[in-house]
Design a protein around this ligand. Structure first.
Ligand code: CMC
Length: 427
């Protein structure tokens, strides 16, 4: 049954249709609101605004549910791999064996950067943040393959594979450059995540030891980050895509949005916070008091989420993985002890309970990455590698939506009303 909703504006009733999602979520369709009433809606931060219909990822924040294409994240984390999940997100179904093999071959075929691109890395200072390099290089990659711009629909599978594969090569090259190390080319015999670790940590003539537990842990981190419906960076990708910009330009914009400490940059910010608490000799109590008193404008990084108001299912899996990897590698980390203490205090504290603040995916992921040797300024880059399939799936959805229009929100203007130009001598 089609439900409608009645608004009453200045005594005049306005009937608006509703849209019901496959999990029962109801949206009020306000597409005709301005025409009918002259009014618009105002929702800063978009907490109550559905920007699109999407069939990719489902989140129920109250119940802590996250599903990619209908599959529960915990089941995928246990049984799938990042690359299989990437295929699922982009093409909608789990691949058959031949489909997965063809997808993997396409990734391998496209893993090398154009050789001239290596010189572009020389233009960055050693202090450049790898997220700045990543965003610039993804955009630059499109200029080496003009058909990314001109033939984007017909060659989509090829472009998508190129982007997933090359984001990892760019990330590794930027690390090698920042540390004055020679570039290590990808190998055709290695799978996606192992190949990334090889490009990061091998040396010419001496391949690094690819520990299966390390490869598995990083692959899981990529998988858990692979999509998260209409977050800030994915919304950015969709917005840029709505202008019909190419896939690489849209993804490059997504990287910039992800960089911020309230979004993907939180994984780096968590480690910085834990290091600061540790250096201060604090067990977390003093820091949490500062957060709660709001005297220092500090937040407990890695806590809270716009959508999850019960628990973040990714954080539960990451925490278990963190304990597992540290024990497999026979490592202990005082920062893990501080993180656990902060979590324990916060989960029983009225400030955090009242605001429904729980650990999010970033709270423990940095500790795993630190244990496997990923430097702190590369943490958000790991998030970007993981999120690439989600951005690509969302880009594809925008391009295939025949009703899609350029995103162009409105505003409520609060500036000066009409006034006359004041000559310089009278100002
Ligand atoms: N520590 C302390 N207080 C917090 C925190 C936090 N991490 N997060 C929210 N609050 C408080 C906030 O001060 C406000 O309090 P009050 O009502 O007294 O003014 C209340 O909770 C609501 O906060 P909000 O800023 O309106 O919430 P939001 O939905 O706009 O923000 C968030 C969501 C994730 C940006 C925020 O929780 C935050 O800044 N967390 C820390 C950064 C972080 O970990 N980000 C990663 C998010 S998960 C990965 C991803 O998808 O990007």
């Amino acid at each position: 049954m089609n439900r409608t909703v009645e608004l009453n504006i200045d005594g005049k009733p306005v009937e608006l249709p509703t849209v019901v999602g496959s999990e029962g979520e109801v949206g009020i369709d306000i597409a005709t609101l301005r025409n009918k009433t002259g009014c618009i809606t105002l929702d800063p931060g978009y907490g109550n605004t559905g920007a699109c219909k999407s069939a990719i990822t489902f989140i129920d924040g109250e119940q802590g549910i996250l599903r990619y294409r209908g599959y529960d994240i915990a089941e995928l984390a246990e049984k799938s791999t990042f690359i299989e999940t990437a295929y699922l997100l982009i093409y909608g179904e789990l691949p058959t064996r031949p489909e997965l093999a063809a997808f993997s071959d396409l990734l391998t075929e496209n893993q090398m950067l154009h050789e001239d691109m290596r010189h572009l890395f020389d233009g960055f200072p050693p202090t450049a943040h790898p997220m700045a390099i990543l965003s610039a290089m993804i955009n630059a990659a499109s200029s080496y393959h003009p058909n990314i711009i001109s033939k984007r629909e017909e060659r989509f599978p090829w472009h998508a594979a190129r982007l997933i594969s090359q984001v990892r090569t760019i990330a590794a090259y930027s690390y090698r450059k920042a540390h004055g190390l020679p570039t290590i080319y990808p190998k055709t015999t290695l799978k996606y995540t192992a190949n990334f670790l090889h490009m990061m940590f091998s040396h010419p003539g001496e391949d690094c030891d690819l520990k299966p537990e390390v490869v598995k842990a990083l692959d899981l981190i990529f998988l858990l980050h692979a999509d998260h419906e209409q977050n800030c960076s994915t919304s950015t990708v969709r917005m840029v895509a709505s202008s019909r910009a190419n896939l690489f330009a849209s993804a490059s914009a997504g990287v910039c949005a992800l960089w911020g400490p309230l979004h993907g940059g939180a994984n780096q910010a968590v480690l910085e916070m834990l290091e600061e608490i540790h250096a201060d000799g604090d067990d977390g109590t003093k820091f949490l008091n500062q957060v709660k008193n709001k005297t220092t404008n500090r937040r407990l990084m890695g806590f809270g989420h716009r959508v999850y108001k019960n628990f973040d299912p990714r954080a539960v899996i990451i925490k278990q993985q963190c304990d597992k990897v540290l024990s497999q590698l026979h490592k202990s980390d005082p920062l893990l002890d501080i993180a656990k203490k902060l979590e324990e205090i916060a989960l029983h504290d009225d400030y955090f309970i009242a605001r429904k603040l729980y650990p999010n995916v970033d709270f423990y992921s940095g500790i795993i990455m630190r244990a496997i040797g990923i430097p702190m300024d590369m943490f958000t880059v790991m998030f970007a590698i993981g999120r690439m399939p989600g951005w690509i799936a969302n880009y594809k959805e925008v391009m295939e939506d025949t009703d899609s229009r350029i995103c162009r929100p409105r505003q409520i203007y609060t500036g000066s009303t009409l006034r006359s130009y004041t000559p310089m001598e009278s100002r």
